[in-house]
Design a protein around this ligand. Structure first.
Ligand SMILES: C[C@](O)(C(=O)O)[C@H](CC(=O)O)C(=O)O
Ligand SMILES: [Mg+2]
Length: 297
């Protein structure tokens, strides 16, 4: 079967099936190839990080990437991996009308779920100081617009609240409840500061909850087991692989620059055959009708 897959009409349904049935652990991916690695390792769902997309372009996570760029990357990934993809849509790329278009394009790209957040533009990483949030009513208008625009009954809308770092935990709890009432399917509780806050959220919010275990931020690095125990439904590890790519790339470039050869660290590289196997090189060749017709002559 072809590696060029058609994810449309399937992945959102698969994601829905997982919701509430078992805890979902979701690593950040940045490209088709990282999605293939996540799939091979055994993950059942993947996350396209806004910071990761921007970072891959050498840009900061200040919502300066465009809807077009993010949809294109999402579509690249869904054409390669069948795993349900969740996409970070920042503030939805604008006001409610923009959010509607965002939902339509993401659904067409075969995305299972998106998250939008209640920050003002220019948004920031949720774990930095100095964020500003919009009034709850304004964000509720975006949630309603997103639900109105959605045509795929299995598409999930994740509402992220950044309120913990601005108005405090009670505001984050209150907003989470209102966002669920407005139609959000899942709440992304950004930048909680200790396990007790995660427990409090769980106790007071009656809906699916997503945790963000990004490194070097405001939240303690709770494990999957700890989050399960608290009663969360899913967790993203948005930048774990990305940060490792950065560190490894820096090391490799520096060794290559100093040594002028890769002979001393060749064992750190994925071999040609391992890479071809991962990417399904021979499967593409087997499917190449032109090659096949020439062989048969
Ligand atoms: C989850 C996040 O939105 C992302 O873009 O991956 C970021 C992650 C980060 O910057 O560490 C966020 O938490 O705002
Ligand atoms: Mg983000």
């Amino acid at each position: 079967m072809s590696r060029l897959r058609d994810n449309i009409n399937g992945s959102s349904k698969n994601f829905r099936k997982m919701l509430g049935n078992s805890f979902i652990t979701i690593p950040g991916v940045y490209s088709g190839i990282s999605a293939l690695i996540a799939e091979r390792v055994g993950f059942r769902s993947i996350y396209l990080s806004g910071s990761g997309i921007a970072g891959m372009m050498g840009l900061p996570d200040l919502s300066i990437t465009t809807l077009d760029e993010v949809v294109r990357e999402a579509g690249n990934i869904t054409s390669i991996s069948r795993l349900p993809l969740i996409v970070d849509c920042d503030t939805g790329f604008g006001e409610p009308l923009n959010v509607m278009r965002t939902v339509r394009l993401m659904e067409r790209a075969g995305v299972a779920a998106i998250h939008i957040e209640d920050q003002e533009l220019p948004k920031k990483c949720g774990h930095l100081n100095g964020k500003k949030i919009v009034p709850a009513e304004d964000f509720i208008a975006k949630i309603r617009a997103a639900k109105e625009a959605s045509k795929d009954p299995n598409f999930s809308l994740i509402a992220r609240t950044d309120a913990r770092s601005v108005g405090g935990l009670d505001d984050a709890i209150e907003r989470s409840r209102e966002y669920l009432k407005a139609g959000a399917d899942i709440i992304f509780t950004e930048a909680l500061e200790n396990p007790e806050e995660f427990k409090e959220m769980r106790k007071k919010v009656n809906g699916y909850l997503m945790a963000n275990m990004t490194e070097f931020g405001k939240s303690p690095l709770l494990s999957v087991d700890e989050l399960k125990e608290i009663g969360y439904d899913m967790v993203i590890f948005p930048l774990t692989a990305f940060r490792s790519i950065l560190k490894n790339t820096e090391q490799i470039y520096s060794d290559l620059y100093k040594q002028g050869t890769q002979r001393n660290f060749i064992d750190k590289l994925m071999t040609r055959s391992q890479y071809y196997e991962l990417i399904g090189y021979s499967e593409y060749e087997d499917e190449d009708y032109l090659l096949a017709s020439r062989k048969n002559k």
